[in-house]
Design a protein. Structure first.
Length: 307
């Protein structure tokens, strides 16, 4: 962020003006500096040409574009933000007071905004050694504008080290986990061995979506297929595929972390998992890591930019 953007963000973040603002939250293919979804308000600092999808638009064109979706746009120069801060905040408040608050049909404040405001769901699955985790971590680290967040899963194991409940995982007892299974609260779950459960709560995913997060699932193939079936077109599913089983063998041997027997077990499992690939929206063949990264980024951006 520029110094002016950082200064304004300190005034907007954390609901300081009565409503939550988001930084670089995608809106119909455009990524504004700041947006308040409930007030349909976009704030830009400085101007020039910026992109909507792959199309460069100037300030006036972008304002017209956002207006058609009901968003009001305010623009400030860097100097205004840095040296006339009180005036800038006053103007933002005035516009917010004029803008209606987005509500649900029963006139209660919206907790589940429409498509343009809610986050998206992106599912990644792959055989072990395909490079899935490397690609996902690269997307999240190098492209913060995508607003990607892992879904926070549940586990029945005890916390390790500095892990905190509700941060790395939700830590449940095996009995609590079974009760939630009975209540049909999970999108997907697995008992990896006796009393050791992992799973994804429907309510937690909906909470993250309603906050505008684009929720990432890094799951096995069965979990990926189940989540896709549950959400349908609301979710994007990607299968990261090695170029061949022999190449996968080479990678697993190169890791030098598994015994020969463990590698053979992984390869047998990978051959089975590869049969699930046609059930995913996109298959990305990771023959060249940089190419696979670029292809995945293009697919994810295209999905998130859909109105």
């Amino acid at each position: 962020m520029t110094p002016a953007e950082s200064a304004l963000w300190e005034c907007l973040r954390g609901g300081k003006l009565g409503f939550q603002f988001r930084r670089q939250h995608p809106i119909y293919g455009y990524i504004p500096d700041f947006v308040c979804l409930k007030k349909r308000l976009v704030i830009e600092v400085d101007g020039g040409y910026h992109y909507v999808g792959n199309q460069p638009l100037n300030d006036e064109e972008r304002t017209k574009y956002l207006n058609q979706y009901g968003f009001e746009v305010i623009r400030f120069t860097n100097e205004e933000v840095l040296y006339e801060t009180d005036s800038v905040i006053s103007k933002i408040k005035q516009v917010m007071n004029k803008q209606p608050t987005i509500v649900t049909n029963n006139n209660a404040p919206a907790t589940s905004p429409p498509r343009g405001d809610r986050g998206g769901l992106i599912i990644f699955s792959a055989p072990s050694g395909s490079g899935k985790s490397t690609i996902v971590q690269w997307l999240m680290k190098e492209h913060p504008d995508l607003n990607l967040y892992f879904s926070i899963s549940c586990t029945s194991r005890a916390p390790r080290g500095t892990e905190q409940h509700g941060v790395e995982y939700f830590f449940l007892t095996p009995e609590e986990f079974r009760q939630r299974i009975e209540n049909d609260e999970f999108l997907e779950y697995e008992e990896v061995y006796q009393d050791r459960f992992y799973g994804t709560l429907k309510a937690q995913v909906e909470k993250q979506l309603s906050e505008g997060q684009n929720v990432v699932f890094d799951v096995d193939v069965k979990g990926g297929v189940n989540i896709k079936k549950y959400y349908g077109e609301r979710a994007l599913s990607l299968f990261i595929q090695p170029p061949s089983v022999e190449e996968l063998r080479r990678r697993l041997v190169g890791r030098a972390t598994d015994t020969p027997e463990a590698i053979e077990n992984r390869l047998a499992k990978a051959e089975y998992e590869l049969t699930f690939a046609p059930q995913f929206d996109h298959i990305v063949v990771n023959d060249n890591l940089e190419t696979a990264k670029t292809e995945t980024l293009s697919i994810v951006r295209s999905f998130l930019c859909q109105p």
